[in-house]
Design a protein. Structure first.
Length: 164
C-alpha cells in the first residue's frame, strides 16, 4: 500500500524503531516541506532525522512536490502547518491514506474524505499482520506514550487492542 506521511509519524515511528518495519510492505511518499522539517533534527543529533535521510537516499521513502495552489488552498482553509498542509495536498492528489498525529490535520483529512492513520494505528496494524509480536507492540505503545502527545485513555484503548 502507498501511504503519505507528515513529519510527526516519521519522527515517532523512527524513535520507536518501526519506520523501517512499516516500509517492508508499504511505500511511503512525503512532501518536500515534511522532509526538510524532519531532517532539521540532524542539527540536534536526532537519530530519527538521520534515519529518514538514509531511507530517502535508499529510495525507500520518496519525496514529491505539491502543487502550490493546492497547498495554499488547504493552508488557508484549514490553518495547518506547512508540512501538514503539503501532506494533505499530496494525499488528495494521490488518494492515498495519510499518516498523521496532528489533531487539526486529522480533522481536515476527515473533512476531505482522506483515509487517515495515526502512529498508534500503525503499531496495531503491524501487530495484527504479525510483523511485530505482542511484546514489541506493547513496548512501542509505551514509547509513544512517552514521546507522543496522546492522552492516557487513548493509549489504554490501543493497549486493549493488543491484549485481546
Amino acid at each position: 500500500m502507498t501511504l503519505i506521511a507528515d513529519a510527526s509519524p516519521l519522527i515517532l515511528l523512527g524513535k520507536i524503531s518501526l519506520l523501517t518495519k512499516l516500509l517492508e510492505k508499504n511505500k511511503l511518499i512525503i512532501p518536500e516541506k515534511v522532509y526538510l522539517e524532519v531532517i532539521k533534527g540532524k542539527e540536534k543529533g536526532f537519530l530519527d532525522a538521520f534515519l529518514v535521510e538514509r531511507l530517502v537516499k535508499e529510495g525507500k521513502i520518496k519525496i514529491e512536490k505539491v502543487d502550490k495552489k493546492i497547498y495554499e488552498k488547504i493552508w488557508k482553509l484549514f490553518g495547518l502547518w506547512a508540512g501538514e498542509a503539503e501532506a494533505l495536498g499530496l494525499a488528495l492528489k494521490t488518494k492515498c491514506p495519510l499518516i498523521t498525529d496532528d489533531k487539526k490535520c486529522l480533522n481536515a483529512s476527515k473533512a476531505t474524505n482522506i483515509k487517515v492513520i495515526t502512529s498508534l494505528d500503525v503499531v496495531i496494524s503491524l501487530f495484527k499482520k504479525k510483523q511485530i509480536d505482542k511484546n514489541k507492540a506493547l513496548k512501542a505503545l509505551r514509547m509513544l506514550e512517552e514521546y507522543g502527545w496522546y492522552k492516557n485513555d487513548i493509549i489504554k484503548f490501543y493497549r486493549g487492542k493488543i491484549k485481546k
